[in-house]
Ligand binder design. Structure first.
Ligand SMILES: C[S@@+](CC[C@H](N)C(=O)[O-])C[C@H]1O[C@@H](n2cnc3c(N)ncnc32)[C@H](O)[C@@H]1O
Length: 315
């Protein structure tokens, strides 16, 4: 991981504007902080998707089961599986014929998930695949024959800009067989205040989550970032539906990263672009699915219509 991480950090901090890839948020400290974010009252996304998966666990299963055949439930970026456990428990209870195959870049989070599932749902067939989405999915496809239902929950698709989201979904589509399905979460456009608060909580956990990536660079790449010299700054653009988070340099400063043998210069007020969180509306979702080679089978909304888990089929 260190070399890919080092290369990406080098590329990001040498770019103009500077950026860091949000997939590196998730070291063991980042995993913990993200779990805290999911519990924040401002972070409505988790509650909405919980509600959807709880209310529709049975219709979801009925849609996943195709002519009584068994299926593999493949989760991209499973994380701690907090919400997924809800459907797993139900599917397991009604004795659905399925295996659960979580993919995550974080080995730490997968170990926790494997441990918890063997304790809480003994007998459930679980095989974890660690790695970047497509590397892990390629490995999985070589080993696991049979129909697949992929899940990409929690608005992870929102972490791509619209162009990259389409590229990602096209590549995903190429790795799927006809009749495979994809359940994909989209955070929907809504009152901008509600959206912005979700990325700017009062207790400052989201700020710590972002700053943790600088700490990770210090730890793993012998970096010399002084975390107090940066602050977290999120924005939401209701025209494009894009939320963006930045770390802003409070002062003019030079930061050495030993492993890269490089010094990066920051102006006072200079941003590092950290994360995108794209919000969607119905038209954008249908457009995206069609362009990526899918058809929308069903949409599952929460009561407030803040969020949708959209079920797509590859055609
Ligand atoms: C925002 S969390 C979402 C977790 C869960 N799906 C949910 O909805 O609560 C994103 C998860 O995706 C993983 N992840 C991020 N980028 C990834 C990548 N490029 N390949 C594989 N996993 C990735 C992270 O380690 C993290 O566990």
């Amino acid at each position: 991981m260190t070399d890919a991480f080092a290369q990406d950090v080098h590329h990001g901090l040498s770019s103009n504007p500077k950026c860091l890839d949000s997939k590196y948020f998730y070291d063991s400290e980042g995993d913990k902080l993200f779990q805290q974010i999911m519990g924040l009252s401002e972070y409505y996304l988790t509650d909405c998707e919980f509600e959807i998966l709880h209310n529709y666990r049975d219709p979801l299963l009925k849609n996943f089961v195709n002519q009584d055949k068994s299926f593999h439930l493949v989760e991209l970026g499973a994380g701690d599986g907090l919400k997924t456990k809800l459907v797993l428990r139900h599917f397991h209870r009604v004795k659905a014929h399925f295996t659960y195959l979580p993919i995550d870049i974080s080995g730490n989070v997968l170990n926790m998930l494997r441990h918890e599932l063997s304790r809480d749902l003994p007998g459930l067939e679980v095989r974890c695949y660690q790695g970047d989405y497509f590397d892990a999915l390629d490995q999985l496809n070589q080993k696991e024959a049979g129909r697949k239902v992929l899940m990409f929950l929690g608005s992870s698709i929102g972490n791509f800009n619209q162009y990259d989201a389409l590229t990602f979904l096209r590549e995903l589509n190429q790795r799927m067989n006809v009749d495979d399905q994809l359940l994909i979460g989209f955070d929907l456009k809504k009152d901008p205040h509600i959206i912005l608060r979700a990325y700017n909580d009062d207790s400052g956990i989201t700020a710590r989550f972002n700053l943790n990536l600088l700490h990770r660079i210090n730890k793993e790449l012998d970096g010399e970032f002084v975390l107090e010299n940066f602050y977290h700054y999120p924005i939401y653009n209701p025209l494009t539906g894009e939320t963006r988070s930045f770390l802003i340099s409070k002062v003019a400063q030079n930061v050495r990263v030993g492993y890269l043998n490089e010094v990066f210069e920051f102006q006072m007020g200079e941003p590092i672009s950290m994360e995108i969180s794209q919000k969607y509306d119905r038209a954008m979702i249908y457009d995206l699915s069609e362009k990526a080679g899918f058809s929308v089978e069903k949409n599952f909304f929460d009561n407030r219509k803040y969020f949708v888990d959209s079920l797509w089929k590859k055609h």
